[in-house]
Design a binder for this molecule. Sequence first.
Ligand code: SF4
Ligand code: SF4
Length: 171
Amino acid sequence: MRTLPLTNLAEINTLAASKATENDAFRVFLKQANTTEIDLYVTALNESITPTINCLDCGNCCKSLMIVVAENEVAEVSQYLGTDTKNFEEHFVEKGANGMMLLNTIPCHFLKTDNACSIYEHRFNGCKEFPALHIPGFTHRLFTIFMHYDRCPIIYNVVEQLKVKTGFISI
Ligand code: SF4
Ligand code: SF4
């Protein structure tokens, strides 16, 4: 049995593909599980696993996610960068038909080559929250959890250990 956490994204991708059927069954299992109990497990796993994974060795969320931004965040980051919101939006933002604002490049404009965020203290709420395992209601967010399962080593390792904690698989 491999020592966790696994952080190699290529290896995670390969394993994720091989576990597709198992993960479908785990989603069904989780939907029938007690939400409060699962949240307790996820909270404990998140708190033990996250400090063991260095996001600066990864940066994959910043390299692969669409980042939603709010008007107040545009104002804050514009001010931090010493520009106005109009200029910021012209350079960095794309607006959807419904008015939703997204950063207009993937990887993110503000990601540096060493995987650090150049606006870290002023980064967007979605950036601060991801991978959002501290938020209650894990079993109600299974679609997004598994959408990011092979993207984020924190999610991958929490989910894999959750399979053991819940007795879904034994080691
Ligand atoms: S703003 Fe910073 S934390 Fe957010 S996606 Fe861009 S580089 Fe990553
Ligand atoms: S939150 Fe996940 S995907 Fe983002 S840098 Fe950290 S380990 Fe990688």
